[in-house]
Design a binder for this molecule. Structure first.
Ligand code: FES
Length: 134
């Protein structure tokens, strides 16, 4: 039979009931920097900075998508029209991260000509590389 506990029976010395020791107090040990996982995977931290009409916008690396598709998905207001490489309205200057993009397409070469050498691309035609290393 189980012994019934009352408030008075819990007073030390008034009962033969064994009281368990207090629960162990957890000890907080801060993680070392090397033990913490990164906040985001590396692929999410890769950015291309594009400039269009004096506005600079970051576009996250999105494998195999066009720069325009990725920018619009990420709510970056890149101006565009035809989406076929004809009008040139989506022309942007790559400020940083150009290595994340594939080489210029024939349409970009035809439309942009010498501007390609100064970092201009057609956002609707330039695609992110399917994979990157490092
Ligand atoms: S939207 Fe016309 S060339 Fe890109």
């Amino acid at each position: 039979m189980r012994k019934q506990l009352t408030v008075g029976s819990l007073i030390p010395g008034r009962s033969d009931v064994q009281m368990s020791s207090p629960a162990p107090v957890p000890v907080y040990t801060p993680l070392k920097k090397t033990e913490m996982s990164p906040a985001r995977p590396k692929s999410e931290q890769k950015l291309v900075q594009v400039k269009q009409r004096s506005q600079t916008m970051p576009v996250q690396y999105t494998p195999s998508q066009t720069l325009l598709q990725a920018a619009l998905t990420q709510d970056q207001p890149i101006a565009y029209k035809c989406q076929q490489g004809h009008c040139g309205k989506c022309s942007v200057q790559i400020v940083a991260g150009a290595s994340l993009l594939d080489t210029p397409t024939g349409q970009e070469k035809a439309k942009l000509g010498e501007k390609l050498a100064t970092g201009y691309r057609l956002a609707c035609q330039s695609t992110f590389r399917s994979s990157i290393t490092s």
